[in-house]
Write a protein that binds this ligand. Structure first.
Ligand SMILES: Nc1nc2c(c(=O)[nH]1)N[C@H]1C(S)=C(S)[C@@H](COP(=O)(O)OP(=O)(O)OC[C@H]3O[C@@H](n4cnc5c(=O)[nH]c(N)nc54)[C@H](O)[C@@H]3O)O[C@H]1N2
Ligand SMILES: Nc1nc2c(c(=O)[nH]1)N[C@H]1C(S)=C(S)[C@@H](COP(=O)(O)OP(=O)(O)OC[C@H]3O[C@@H](n4cnc5c(=O)[nH]c(N)nc54)[C@H](O)[C@@H]3O)O[C@H]1N2
Ligand code: SF4
Ligand SMILES: [Mo]
Length: 689
């Protein structure tokens, strides 16, 4: 039996892999050497991703909560969908359209994300839709839109990393979060290039750094202001580029004048000589690439922080130059595409804004509805969840591909909101912590069992091919959407064939920022992915080649120039005090993915449970021992987990991975004013034994 070329079910690297059948129900994963992004390499999660197939953990029948016993019981598909549709109709009849909300995911294929946005606006008529990508790269997206006029994670192929001279990673633990990508760091260093890592923890990624800076969590913006101050003082600004390709530098230059190295050291904890070492590296380099990830972005000043670092790339004249510039390392499998096709509260397909009349008219024409029938802007992810049920907002929630109970900030509060709903419907492949709370659970096909496109961290649109038939009893999200839309009497049809949906998505995106209209399944297969924008061309014209590299001669802003924007450092929303004296930060470990719903169920992956990483000095002060339980407490809640005493973390900071229930009982729900990103990466905590 031949192997099918497809892509990993997890992160935004979307490693190419081959899937073939093993035994009666099993599948075997093997390397797809030719796919350029990973060249056959994969992390442990990719190699073991076939294990859920045929496992008892898979959901294979719809379940509805029995009114009498209060327990979930197996049900038929018609019974479950009829029930959901009739409850929706009744609730909307009584409370209006917005009483039903939808929560999507950045792991959904482009076709699913597109169909979900259309379903919400057309079949449900609700404005209340958002998704977990709001918690992922929304701050970088907001910054990219403001400065460059477009948001594409990396505006260049990933392999460009190894060709730059100085690569600055701000808040990325790439060696654990996208391990095959870390080979570019090694190759860059072999070429004589330098890697700079900025992280409150000396991580596996920092082990590959030539220069490591260890700031207090939440102070990366101050660091960026200080670096720009030094670059200006050293005469390192590319005045010609600034004059020709940007606006606003004068104000930014004045705004960093007071960020003396000593002030930066007091604010960030980074010593002045380390700050100068970074400025010197940047001053001497021909090509500089600055990349941010969640460490810099998941803050109440996440957008400002990204803009602060982006200003450095602009001041050095980098964006648009080969092997240089600014980029964001997106996270989820379809973190990029998931935000382009309309599951974000304020957006329509093609990255069009929902409050723009021309955008509404274009998309409504593709959908075959009146522009006025489309609802307006809804609430952002956290605000939507916070408003549910007792919060006075929607009384019903449909969840597609997110495990909110584990991954939302201030999770105990969010879980209470979920419990106060009249109707919670969860579509998933396993009984996640969120599915376990639902009134109706719908079992969904997993990656190798259906086809669809994904857009990886480079903006490369790839085809995740079906390799094997789904188990009996499960259906695609696309079938669920169609089944509900039909039952709700939707004015337009919802096809279920991914390729047909992709063609419609292309038409809806045509002329928008993320234009997919020239991309087809056949092209993706032939070319191993196509980079957007890729507009369709007229008959007889040569096809658009796609856009691996952006900004070479202009930026997609009205005047073609990038924007310098002044950023004021405010700092984390919650600062340590006598009661909560340390900084708490959260993040990831290699072997687990996100809420762990999928990976905690895979035996081939280590499931160590949550732990609290802390420095020996802090451990001594509170009397903690390695491996023994400690309690971590914040204003939102507390959790207990074994201490892991390491010298690699700042003594004033503790770290907890969020893959297990607990970390998010502690996190702060302060939001970034522009991206509405919650401050997952820092709050004030107390640690006790
Ligand atoms: N193994 C694994 N890989 C994954 C995922 C997973 O769950 N597991 N998830 C995928 C997804 S969706 C995403 S979004 C990406 C995330 O990828 P990353 O952003 O690399 O992952 P994180 O561990 O969340 O955060 C990165 C680093 O930020 C540091 N950090 C914390 N606070 C600060 C701060 O204030 N400033 C700075 N500079 N650094 C700080 C943390 O110590 C951590 O080492 O990973 C993707 N890949
Ligand atoms: N404290 C803290 N919290 C965080 C973060 C952090 O760094 N710190 N990071 C945040 C980030 S960046 C992210 S991206 C979020 C992610 O957090 P979640 O949104 O919880 O992400 P997953 O665990 O990937 O959840 C996806 C769910 O969808 C299911 N699933 C997979 N494929 C499909 C499909 O095709 N259809 C359907 N219907 N279901 C599917 C999976 O089984 C799983 O239950 O967490 C955020 N939360
Ligand atoms: S790096 Fe990401 S895409 Fe590649 S195998 Fe690991 S989880 Fe899958
Ligand atoms: Mo993410």
């Amino acid at each position: 039996m031949t192997a099918t070329r497809t892509h990993c079910p997890y992160c935004s690297l979307q490693c190419g892999m081959q899937v073939s059948r093993k035994g009666r129900v099993g599948i075997e994963i093997s390397a797809w050497q030719e796919f350029p992004v990973n060249e056959g390499a994969m992390c442990r999660k990719g190699w073991t991703s076939g294990e859920l197939r045929g496992s008892r953990e898979r959901l294979t029948t719809p379940m509805v909560r029995d009114r009498e016993t209060g327990e979930l019981r197996a049900a038929g598909w018609d019974e479950a969908l009829d029930l959901v549709a009739s409850r929706i109709a009744a609730l909307q009849g009584e409370h209006g359209k917005d009483t039903v909300a939808v929560f999507g995911g950045g792991g959904l294929t482009n076709e699913k994300a597109y169909q979900l946005g259309k379903f919400a606006r057309v079949a449900l008529g609700t404005s209340q839709i958002d998704y977990n990508g709001r918690w992922c790269m929304s701050s970088a997206a907001s910054a990219g839109n403001q400065a460059f006029g477009v948001d594409r994670g990396l505006p260049f192929p990933l392999a460009d990393l190894e060709q730059t001279d100085v690569l600055v990673l701000v808040g990325s633990n790439m060696a654990e979060t996208m391990p095959p990508a870390a080979r570019h760091l090694d190759r860059l260093r072999e070429r004589g290039g330098k890697v700079v890592v900025i992280d409150p923890r000396f991580t596996a990624t920092a082990e590959r750094a030539d220069l490591f800076l260890q700031p207090v969590p939440g102070t990366d913006l101050a660091l960026a202001l200080g670096v720009l101050h030094l670059l200006d003082a050293q005469g390192a600004i590319d005045e010609e580029y600034v004059a020709a390709r940007t606006t606003g530098f004068g104000d930014v230059r004045r705004s960093v004048a007071s960020w003396w190295p000593e002030r930066v050291e007091r604010t960030t904890g980074v010593a002045t000589d380390e700050l100068r070492a970074l400025a010197d590296l940047l001053t001497g380099a021909d090509r500089v690439m600055v990349l941010t990830a969640r460490g810099a972005e998941q803050h109440s000043q996440g957008t400002a922080t990204v803009l602060g670092w982006l200003n450095i790339a602009l001041a050095l004249g980098m964006p648009g130059k080969p092997y240089a510039g600014y980029g964001c390392l997106t996270g989820q499998g379809n973190g990029q595409g998931g935000r382009e096709h309309g599951q974000k509260a304020d957006q329509l397909p093609g990255y069009r804004m929902i409050d723009d009349p021309a955008a509404r008219a274009h998309v409504a024409a593709v959908w075959g509805v009146e522009p006025d029938s489309l609802p307006g802007k809804g609430r952002s992810a956290y605000e939507l969840l916070d408003s549910l049920g007792d919060g006075g907002g929607s009384k019903a929630l449909l969840v597609f591909a997110s495990n909110i109970v584990v991954s939302a900030p201030r999770a105990t509060h969010v879980t209470q909101r979920l419990e106060s709903l009249d109707l919670l419907v969860v579509c998933d492949i396993v009984m996640s912590e969120t599915a376990a709370l639902a009134d109706v659970v719908l079992p969904i096909t997993q990656w190798a069992e259906e086809s669809g496109t994904m857009t990886n961290l480079e903006g490369r649109v790839i085809l995740r091919q079906q390799a094997i038939a789904p188990p009996e009893g499960v259906r695609s999200d696309l079938d669920v959407i169609e089944g509900l839309a039909t039952r709700l009497g939707s004015p337009v049809a919802f096809p279920t064939d991914p390729e047909e949906i992709f063609a419609e998505l292309g038409r809806a995106s045509a002329g928008g920022k993320a234009d997919y209209s020239g991309i087809t399944y056949a092209r993706i297969t032939d070319e191993m992915g196509v980079f957007w924008p890729c507009p369709a061309v007229g008959p007889g014209e040569a096809a658009h080649p796609g856009t691996p590299r952006m900004f070479d001669d202009s930026f997609p802003t009205p005047d073609g120039r990038a924007r310098f924007l002044v950023q004021e450092f405010v700092g984390a929303a919650e600062q340590p005090d006598a009661s909560y004296p340390v900084h708490l930060t959260t993040g990831r470990v290699l072997a687990q993915y996100q809420s762990g719903a999928q990976t905690r169920r895979i035996k081939g992956l280590t499931d160590e449970g949550a732990f609290v990483e802390l420095h020996p000095m802090l451990a001594d002060r509170i009397g903690a021992h390695d491996g023994a339980l400690v309690v971590v407490r914040t204003r939102r809640g507390e959790m207990k987990a074994p201490a892991r005493i390491v010298t690699t973390i700042r003594p004033d900071t503790v770290f907890i991975p969020f893959h297990w229930v607990g970390a998010n009982r502690l996190t702060n729900d302060a939001l970034d004013p522009s991206s509405r990103m919650p401050e997952f990466k820092v709050c004030a905590a107390e640690v006790l034994v």
